[in-house]
Design a protein around this ligand. Sequence first.
Ligand SMILES: [Zn+2]
Length: 381
Amino acid sequence: MINRQRLVSEFLALVQIDSLSRREGRIAKRLAATLEGLDVAVEVDDAGLKVGGETGNLLAKFPGNARGAAPLLLCAHMDTVVPGENVKPIVSGDVVRTDGTTVLGGDDKAGIVAILEALRVLREDTVPHGPIDVLFTVCEEFGLLGAKHFDVGRLRARTGLVLDVDGVCELVTQAPAANKLDVTVHGLEAHAGVCPEQGISAIKVAGEAIAAMRLGRIDAETTANLGLLEGGMAVNIVPNRVRVRGETRSRSLAKLEEQTQHMRRCFEEAAARHKATAGGREHVARVDAKIERDYDRLDLPDDAPIVRLVQRAAANLGKPLQTRATGGGCDANVLNGRGLAIANLGCGMREIHTVNEWIDVKDIIATAELLVETVRLNAAG
Ligand SMILES: [Zn+2]
């Protein structure tokens, strides 16, 4: 069934094509040619224009060869994180890693390769299957922007799989929703040596707010982080402005809201404590907080049809499949937020987003086998 050598050479070829977010042009060209080689037209959307990238999302709609089977979506992303240029894969036995200077890009090229191999096997072995929508997105690692700019109305499928998580024979069915916070603290500038009492230090306000804030692991399903802080003009000027950017995530929407408001309140309460009089006027520190939903949550019950389908497929292959939760977001969050039922299937990637990233080829093979069986069972009803 699975052609190991073909799968490995496809994987090694893809990881050696640089494809940082917004620079997926070369890999998209190769993948479009590969899909067209399987006799299917490839559509490229305008997400590339919207994100300032080299290409949009690729969509290929494979016709089914079995009557009545529901369409399935198979999705993976084409971009990788930094450092991801000039990847030199090193193969030893079944394991592929890098020379330690870059990520491998198994996130998410393992997902792409598992999908391509499954499509080839379906065709060679004339496995009965329903319509399959194959979606390769851009900019997943850059705010899930490819998926956010994708029009799900173009899909036939309402359910399916994203392949974009570590582990193998594991299905992520729960993932948090996330809010982004972009907070500017406004103080008042003054000469730091001559009249500091006429200023309000935005850095001090932000510092007090952050010191009072619950951050990091809040509980089993909630996290919070401030990741960027910038402000100040010079060491001899009381700083009048600091910008702090962060996020909070939770699988509970109530907790997400509570943590978001807590973070906002910490800034507002710290600001209210800081006043100064300058030019006969009283000034108070002020906070300008922009809060927006970054992505929705993934929340599929264990008895969702897609979960049961993949579980049955795994059981047929003698490999019990676990469902689990993750603290990460991926394209599945966006697609579920648009009303689809999409789970995230492990495809073998390990130690992702680090230069120690590696993968065991056997795990990509197992994933491709599981895809073939899932598609076959879906057609068998
Ligand atoms: Zn990924």
